[in-house]
Design a protein around this ligand. Structure first.
Ligand code: NAP
Length: 474
């Protein structure tokens, strides 16, 4: 087998593994296999490239090995972040991907221009180079901003920053960059071409920041997924520039899966792409949150445990607060104790509960709660009127009935878990603070609702203790 054929074979196997990885990751039973096959695919891709360089007698393999070591040195600590920080970690990965595409595009353009290589700077390649650089650099700065917002860095405002003429200004900037791109396609070897290329690069860097500042923290997971799609498209463009089929297919998989994920999230929130990108969601609620104070009824874990012990169906609705408190193992204890008493316990999983799709599933799977008892919103909502108790653990927006009837609410139209239809509602949270969308929750003021104020891990732990301790409870 020739060296070239070997490289192509490695790339082919790698592409197949990337595809299988996506397929396997879509099911909790096979997700682990999916992760390993993704890692395997990437390793084969690097090995294939290395083999190609060695076979042609190239001496720059040290660069590949060096990049491999550098990537691993940065990637290893990134992999250690807690699950709640995965969205910002993912944003950082996209930033690196975008930067890599941008840098490769820049290097190639300056190389070919310096050589006066008209054949290499064909219109098709220059279009690919401009697309690569535009998407790559805007993904770089956009993803860094998104990661900063999610990490709640002090110097990056969480609330959307808007000003008059913002959208027109941004679109104008993009049009200037595209205009320069067209000029470059027509005159790639002109003496002013390097300056125009640098201008495209700077505009893309600025555009990434400007694109993200009007978007609120609550929309960042969706935006990250859109940036994922941009990074994938930048990789596709890079694949055309480098004539590398693996980059084209892997980039297309990355781009389309990012796009599909953002569509799923938008649907689950009943929002459009345009609303996420330009809606400045999360801005106006500061005044709403500060409005009149309604009365909550607080209860003790002792009486809550008694009511739950007597129930025949308890539905648990986990949310972001359960993730922050890392309460999933205590939740497992509670689940076991209730089951032991013959109570049917189900989990109601909202598609955007927490801060990333599948967030709750991952946490509950970590605590080894059987998948059969995790029910998607549509599957469980019909059972809620029969539930004796709904236990809301650190969830807020996803159980807010305002989504159903309040047309002025920022979450109006978002499908919710019908917690308010159960006979009794217990809600665990630390304070009277609103959820991510920054709005009050009518659920907490209902006659049938009782608040269990405190950290989710501590409160669920107490509930479990009550249930375990009072074996005489009926
Ligand atoms: P949420 O609306 O953010 O509410 C979480 C609640 O948990 C808060 O009200 C908070 O109240 C409480 N909490 C925080 N830390 C806690 C702790 N240690 N112990 C107990 N409670 C704690 O969460 P959600 O209902 O899961 O809704 C998710 C939100 O994120 C939605 O607005 C959704 O649209 C948005 N979002 C999600 C995704 C996704 O993919 N999952 C994507 C985009 C947007 P206290 O501060 O009073 O404790």
């Amino acid at each position: 087998m020739s060296a070239e054929n070997l490289v192509q074979l490695l790339y082919l196997v790698s592409t197949a593994l990337f595809i299988l990885s996506l397929k396997w990751m879509s099911d909790p039973e096979t997700a682990r296999k999916g992760v390993f096959s993704g890692v395997g695919a990437m390793t084969l891709a690097v090995l294939g490239t290395l083999a190609g360089v060695l076979a042609t007698g190239g001496t720059h393999y040290w660069w590949i090995l060096g990049a491999f070591a550098l990537g691993a040195a940065i990637g290893y600590p990134l992999a250690q972040v807690p699950l709640t920080a995965v969205p910002q970690r993912t944003a950082l990965s996209h930033a690196f991907g975008g930067l890599a595409a941008g840098l490769v595009g820049t290097a190639k353009f300056f190389l070919y221009h310096g050589q006066g290589n008209a054949a290499a700077l064909s219109p098709f390649i220059v279009i690919a180079l401009v697309a690569e650089v535009l998407l790559g650099y805007l993904t770089f700065t956009g993803s860094l901003m998104a990661a900063g917002k999610l990490q709640e860095l002090k110097w990056i405002p969480q609330r959307p920053v808007t000003y008059p003429g913002q959208n027109v200004g941004n679109i104008g900037l993009l049009l200037v960059a595209l205009g320069l791109g067209v000029a470059l396609v027509l005159n790639p070897l002109a003496p002013w071409a390097p300056a125009a290329f640098l201008a495209v690069m700077l505009l893309a860097l600025a555009f990434g920041v400007l694109l993200i500042i009007p978007i609120g923290g609550a929309d960042m997971p969706t935006v990250i997924s859109i940036l994922n799609a941009y990074a994938g498209l930048a990789a596709v463009a890079m694949g055309f520039v480098l004539n590398n089929k693996l980059l084209i297919t892997a980039g297309a998989l990355d781009g389309s899966s990012g796009l599909i994920l953002s569509i799923i999230m938008c649907k689950a929130m009943n929002r459009s792409f345009a609303n996420v990108l330009f809606g400045a969601f999360g801005q106006a609620q500061a005044t709403v949150a500060g409005g009149e104070q309604k009365a909550y009824k607080a209860d003790t874990t002792e009486s809550a445990a008694q009511i739950m012990a007597q129930a025949s169906l308890v539905v648990i609705v986990p949310g972001y607060g359960m993730a922050v408190a890392q309460a999933q193992h205590k939740v497992r204890e509670l689940y076991d104790l209730l089951k032991k008493r013959g109570v049917t316990v189900k989990f109601a999983i909202h598609p955007v509960a927490g801060r990333m799709p599948g967030h709750m599933n991952v946490l509950l799977a970590e605590a080894e709660i059987p998948y059969d008892d995790l029910l998607e919103m549509d599957a469980i909502n019909g059972d809620l009127p029969q539930a004796d108790v709904v236990l809301v653990i650190g969830a807020n927006d996803v159980v807010n009935p305002a989504a159903r009837f309040d047309k002025t609410s920022p979450i109006y139209g978002m499908p919710i878990i019908d917690a308010d239809k159960a006979r009794t509602v217990y809600a665990i949270k630390r304070s009277k603070a609103p959820g991510f969308a920054g709005i009050d929750n009518e659920l907490y003021f209902l006659d049938k609702t009782f608040m269990l104020f405190g950290d989710a891990k501590a409160v669920v732990g107490d509930l479990a203790k009550q249930l375990a301790g009072e074996s005489g409870m009926h």
